[in-house]
Design a protein around this ligand. Structure first.
Ligand code: BES
Ligand code: ZN
Ligand code: ZN
Length: 492
């Protein structure tokens, strides 16, 4: 797909499909003919420009069809970049469903920062082209090839090309995450996830090192190893290194992504109804790999290390059991009360590894960690636990830049108390105590060794079988986290 920027004054508007954004409260925004059309539509109560309204007008002149797709932006004083991102997606989805090959998108009277608008539009255009259909025999490629963004108020096109580039790389990072998360676990094993990370590293310019089972055992990651024991697929520790700020070598952002390529629950087996969705239990890994792709393609001047402890939580004669007591790379011991609370066991060893072996100075972990996060705040936002206000304020800025919402939980001592075990240092599950998203986060916090740290629980935001809550999302994986982590990496 090609995205082109053009000034209206430099071109002839001859495309047979046009997309027009219209504010509800602004009239006379385009050429005379179009203004009259809009006026008539308004009078006929066909289209008024209210937010999320879509209306297609088709007419035939001299035997050829012309279509105009009107999209309502709502009130101009409530307008923001997120509205533009969502509505661009709406327009593109409509265009794709009408099987157009090319569209001119007309932009006028948008007073906000045009850089941000173009970046968001490009993100939306590309993200809207995806759906998970690679295993369907009757899948068809989309016909849309050309998207022209046409400015009615003259812009410096050369300056805006940078926004096109960034928006493109951001969208591609998000789509990579979705692609990985939607992939079924029979095809995306820990070894295959490691291969994909290697391919991305080779293509985009970052180093990838893969540790096999023996090497993971040598690192004394007993907790991580235990989780993968029930699977015939060997665990892999995936390490991605991008060091592009050599003046500040001691400022390293560490990203840890949960990489359960499947989570059956182990002996605390999940019920069958939604178990298949646990192919998405490497959503955190998808997010960090997607973010690393964007980071490397943008060549940002930062130091970022990402680690994924990839394995599968199944059942066999080798599998770990409730009651087992495990050692960790950090040295703290864990009593297993629930084999389905496995993510945190893999994450704590990955966190220790990234701090002690890769010298990360700030740590972010991202994980499809708990069902409890969705019960607490639904799927509107990703749940956060953090030990550092300043670091968290950076995440809030990143969140505003990409409209992936976050919500920070409290971290009272009462929650930490119930993580203590009578038989070991920590329990891996706080059972029916409530606040499960918080205690799961704080469990990981026990291993961050005073580093500024942010935990993102994306269990409710990474995958949606129902209607997604953004126009640019597709059914299944949302790729949540990839855009957010990239925006954080720029400013950490
Ligand atoms: N992978 C799940 C969490 C999850 C649930 C992700 C729903 C996506 C959708 C995690 O490993 C898990 O099973 N968590 C348990 C923890 C409990 C046993 C303390 C849960 O949430 O029930
Ligand atoms: Zn689980
Ligand atoms: Zn899990």
């Amino acid at each position: 797909m090609k995205i082109n920027l053009k000034n209206h004054k430099d071109i002839q508007c001859t495309n047979s499909v046009n997309g027009i954004f219209v504010f509800k409260n602004k009239c006379g925004v385009f050429c005379d003919g179009l203004n009259k059309t809009l006026q008539s539509l308004k009078e006929a109560v066909e289209f008024s420009g209210k937010k999320d309204e879509v209306y297609t007008l088709a007419n035939i002149t001299e035997g050829s069809m012309q279509k105009t797709i009107f999209i309502g932006l709502g009130d101009s004083d409530k307008f923001n970049v997120d509205i533009m991102r969502n509505n661009t997606a709406k327009l593109i989805k409509e265009t794709i469903s009408q099987k157009a090959t090319s569209i001119d998108i007309h932009v006028n009277q948008i007073d906000s920062n045009m850089d941000k608008i173009v970046k968001a539009m490009v993100e939306a255009i590309l993200m809207s082209t995806y759906k998970f259909d690679k295993y369907k025999s009757d899948r068809k490629d989309i016909s849309l090839e050309n998207v022209n963004i046409i400015f009615h108020e003259e812009q410096n096109i050369e300056d805006l090309e940078a926004a096109v580039k960034e928006g493109t790389f951001i969208a591609e990072g998000n789509l990579l995450a979705r692609y990985l998360v939607n992939e079924p676990a029979n095809n995306l094993t820990p070894a295959e996830l490691a291969n994909r990370a290697k391919e991305v590293g080779a293509a985009c310019g970052f180093e990838v090192q893969i540790y096999d089972r023996k090497e993971i055992e040598n690192l004394e990651m007993e907790s991580f190893i235990a989780v993968g024991k029930g699977s015939g697929n060997e665990p892999k520790l995936i390490v991605m290194r991008y060091m592009e700020n050599l003046e500040e070598k001691d400022n390293i952002l560490g990203l840890v992504g949960k990489g359960l390529t499947f989570d059956a629950g182990g002996y605390c087996l999940k019920s069958p109804g939604n178990m298949w969705e646990m192919k998405s239990d490497m959503g955190g890994a998808g997010a960090v790999i997607g973010a690393m792709q964007t980071i490397a393609k943008m060549r940002i001047k930062k130091n970022i290390i990402a680690v994924v402890a990839a394995c599968e939580n199944l059942i066999s004669g080798e599998a770990y059991r409730p009651g087992d007591i495990l050692n960790t790379m950090n040295g703290k011991t864990i009593e297993i009360l629930n084999t389905d609370a496995e993510g945190r066991l893999t994450l704590v060893d990955a966190v220790t590894y990234i701090i002690r072996r890769e010298n990360a100075t700030k740590v972010v972990d991202i994980a499809t960690l708990t069902g409890a996060v969705g019960r607490a705040i639904g799927n509107a936002a990703t749940g956060i636990v953090s030990n550092d206000d300043e670091f968290y304020s950076k995440l809030e800025l990143a969140s505003k830049a990409c409209d992936e919402k976050v919500w920070r939980f409290p971290t009272f001592e009462e929650y930490k108390e119930i993580l203590k075990s009578g038989n070991a240092d920590l329990v891996n599950s706080t059972g029916a105590a409530g606040g499960g998203a918080i205690t799961a986060g704080l469990f990981i916090g026990e291993f961050v060794e005073d580093k500024p740290w942010i935990h993102l629980d994306i269990a409710a935001t990474a995958f949606s079988e129902g209607k997604p809550n953004r126009e640019y999302f597709s059914k299944g994986a949302t790729g949540i986290g990839a855009r957010l982590l990239y925006e954080l990496a720029k400013i950490y």
